[in-house]
Design a protein around this ligand. Structure first.
Ligand code: HEC
Length: 137
């Protein structure tokens, strides 16, 4: 009898801890955007500016950026590996250099989810798995 109670108790304890673990690791867009905002302020704002407007002729805008909208995978690659050479954004040509960032898959997805859902943008979610896929093997 006592062992039965004990086994039942142990089972419910492990079930409980399993569900709280799942909660912690579950990826939600809302939380991703919140984390991404801090990353943006620390790492991107100096060039792409507070409202993602960029600077005329120098740093391209992220607000309403047709590049960002059209190139999900390329946008991931820009954050991972940087970009240089001519790049056309919203009809203007930019030709400066951006360094890549040594971010985790989650950090890349977070900052892009923030950018893609701020400054008037409303784009689909990028998961850490998609970032992992986009990394060059
Ligand atoms: C030192 C300045 C600088 C910083 C910091 C920087 N970028 Fe950039 N970014 C650029 C430049 C310059 C380009 C265009 C590169 C080219 O001309 O080939 C660019 C291009 C881009 C593009 C593609 C074009 C567009 O406007 O949609 C994205 C997306 C982007 N950056 C996101 C980010 C994110 C996210 C961060 C922070 C993690 C960041 N950048 C940090 C300078 C910067």
């Amino acid at each position: 009898m006592i062992t039965k109670i004990f086994i039942g108790l142990a089972a419910s304890v492990s079930l409980l801890s399993l569900s709280s673990f799942q909660q912690k690791t579950k990826f939600t867009l809302k939380e991703s955007i919140e984390r991404g905002k801090d990353i943006y302020i620390t790492h991107c704002l100096t060039c792409h500016m507070e409202q993602g407007e960029g600077t005329d002729g120098f740093y391209p805008p992220l607000a309403q950026s047709d590049y960002l909208k059209a190139n999900k995978k390329k946008s991931i690659e820009v954050v991972l590996y940087g970009a240089s050479g001519p790049m056309k954004v919203n009809g203007y040509e930019y030709d400066e250099k951006m360094e890549g960032f040594a971010f985790t898959d989650e950090q890349v997805s977070d900052v892009l989810n923030y950018v893609r859902n701020s400054f008037g943008n409303k784009e689909s979610v990028i998961t850490p798995e998609e970032v992992k896929e986009a990394r060059k093997k």
